[in-house]
Design a protein around this ligand. Structure first.
Ligand code: NA7
Length: 550
């Protein structure tokens, strides 16, 4: 049974002054979608839960990624909780809300679900050690220790920023900021000479904003992004009412198998099985809808078959090049030949990204032709010349999927650290548990669908598996769960097999762990979120195969 355990008073530190001498059934790390959902549901089931969050407020990535232009790439109402007590009184101003509105939304969630008293903000978790005799984790934070039966990290996939090791980077004497650590007071780019390294989602978004105000903007591009039209829309009061009327049905659909975007379906037909005219009509319709429709809701084999994929790439290329007048810039931004199969690096959503290169104050530095050689106190030097800058923006992404969890010094059985277990690559059972680390349950972690599964949808669907597990363990008076070695080996092989069936391994991307030099190249996101959720249900129905419960 998950009982209240007495804590050694010597080691108990005042995480929450009202409960200084208590241990928790569950400690959750992270106040994004997953963490807040776990807190809400586990508390409702009667568990004693504490949520620890490093930032001063809720929102996860939206708290720190506050650079100009930061906004979500999943459209409303997919990117919100389905609980009526949350959506009833919340009206979005835009179809793709920006970071500030998202931060307000998370504050609203905390208030609407009355979660605030169970969250410790400004509390960064440094490490955790499992005591197998006591069947308990001791979690170390920078304000003290706390103990719990189950530890549930909800760190998202992008909680650790990645900065490349560029020669001389630390000598840059101007303002230098990573998009993921943007100063809350903002950074004045007006009238400045600004450089942006990186052209993923963050790069595209910050470039669009910097181009409006910078005296001169240099965009350092290593690999072209295949950015898609966002088709942003503002919502007025009538549209709010219309949207709300459709919510129950949309959420019912979103939360039923296959469990993803409520209003996006792939055709059950190959791109090669239709005429060119029919194919282009499907592409055109998806293009006009905006967002991820062109990526995720056209033909069944766009991400499976190279010839099918090429039809989508060519459509994207021609649409994009039509907006760029200079042929050299057009070839750099939207090359004739695909630099990687379309969609195997996450497409970004753009509003006027390709148009800003028409402006006199914007310059593209093509790093494929002229790589960066070093950074000086005043400039970025490439093989093609020197770019004098006042502000250098690192839009270089994340040590995705594993960086966040490995930044916590976790020690399982016999004191073995997770970093040692994963030294040669990640292994998990179902992306949620690691042999040797009992009572540790990962949500939105490596080897689960994560970046292929819309955040709040996964938080609710994967999250319910955890809630049910802990309820059933309590009913059966069980206090320990551990994944078996065999199950973790089998799941890791299965993730690789499914990955190999897709085109994703053909690109260097954070999906594959291959955006960070030295990191093992392996499929870190399970590419079949529908099949995954069915597996979770089967696993629970079959008494948690691959786990030992006692
Ligand atoms: P991404 O998508 O990982 O983009 C990072 C960008 O930084 C990408 O263009 C990289 O080029 C570039 N990069 C990384 N290292 C270097 C070096 N050494 N030199 C030049 N350029 C470099 O991160 P984002 O933050 O934009 O987006 C991450 C996800 O968060 C996004 O997809 C959304 O889902 C939210 P590369 O492609 O590696 O050549």
């Amino acid at each position: 049974m998950i009982e209240e355990s007495a804590v050694d008073e010597e080691t108990a530190v005042d995480i929450d002054s009202t409960e200084a001498s208590s241990a928790y059934d569950v400690v959750i790390i992270g106040a994004g979608f997953n963490g807040l959902y776990q807190l809400y549901r586990l508390r409702a089931e009667g568990f004693r839960v504490r949520l620890l969050e490093a930032a001063p407020g809720p929102g996860g990535v939206w708290y720190s990624n506050s650079y100009p232009g930061a906004r979500v790439d999943s459209h409303i109402p997919n990117y919100e909780f389905s609980m009526e007590e949350v959506w009833r009184d919340w009206n979005w101003s835009e179809r793709f809300p920006g970071a500030e509105e998202l931060r307000d939304y998370f504050a609203h969630v905390v208030e609407a679900l009355d979660l605030g008293d169970d969250i410790s903000y400004d509390t960064r978790v440094r490490g955790a050690v499992f005591d197998d005799d006591a069947r308990r984790w001791t979690v170390t934070t920078d304000v003290g220790d706390v103990q719990c039966r189950f530890l549930v990290p909800c760190l998202g996939f992008a909680s650790k920023a990645f900065t490349p090791d560029l020669e001389g980077l630390d000598t840059f004497a101007g303002a230098r900021h990573h998009t993921a650590h943007w100063p809350s007071a903002g950074v004045d780019l007006s009238g400045k000479r600004v450089g942006v390294i990186g052209t993923g989602a963050s790069g595209v978004q910050v470039v669009q904003e910097a181009a409006k105000v910078a005296e001169h903007l240099v965009v350092f591009q290593r690999t072209p992004v295949t950015a898609l039209p966002m088709e942003q829309r503002s919502y007025d009061r009538d549209q709010h009412e219309e949207l709300k009327a459709s919510y129950p049905e949309l959420f019912r659909k979103r939360n039923s198998p296959p469990g993803s975007f409520a209003d996006m379906d792939r055709l059950d037909v190959s791109a090669l099985a239709v005429s060119e005219q029919e194919r282009n009509a499907v592409f055109e319709a998806a293009w006009r809808k905006g967002g991820f429709h062109f990526w995720a809701a056209t033909f069944s084999d766009i991400l499976l078959n190279e010839a099918s994929n090429r039809t989508a790439y060519d459509f994207w290329r021609d649409k994009t090049r039509a907006r760029i007048s200079d042929p050299v810039t057009a070839e750099a931004l939207a090359p004739t030949e695909p630099p990687y199969p379309f969609g195997t690096k996450r497409p970004s959503l753009e509003q006027d990204y390709y148009d800003v290169f028409e402006q006199d104050n914007v310059e593209l530095a093509d790093l494929r032709k002229h790589p960066i050689t070093r950074i000086t106190p005043t400039s970025v030097e490439t093989q093609g010349g020197s770019h004098e800058l006042d502000v250098l923006i690192m839009a270089t992404g994340f040590d995705a999927n594993t960086g966040g969890i490995l930044a916590i010094d976790l020690h399982g059985l016999d004191g073995v650290p997770l970093s040692q277990r994963w030294a040669d690559g990640v292994d998990t059972h179902l992306g949620m548990a690691v042999p040797g680390l009992p009572n540790l349950i990962l949500l939105y972690g490596p080897q689960s669908p994560t970046a292929f599964c819309n955040g709040p949808t996964c938080a609710e669907l994967q999250g319910e598996w955890v809630v049910e597990l802990l309820v059933r363990m309590r009913e059966r008076q069980l206090t320990r769960i551990e994944a078996t070695e065999e199950a973790a080996t089998a799941w890791t092989e299965h993730v690789e097999e499914v990955g190999a069936y897709t085109l994703f391994p053909l690109a260097d991307s954070w999906y594959m762990g291959s955006n960070v030099p030295g990191k093992k190249r392996q499929m870190l996101n399970y590419p079949m979120s529908d099949g995954y959720l069915a597996r979770l249900r089967t696993n629970a129905a079959n008494d948690y195969q691959g786990f030992v419960l006692d």
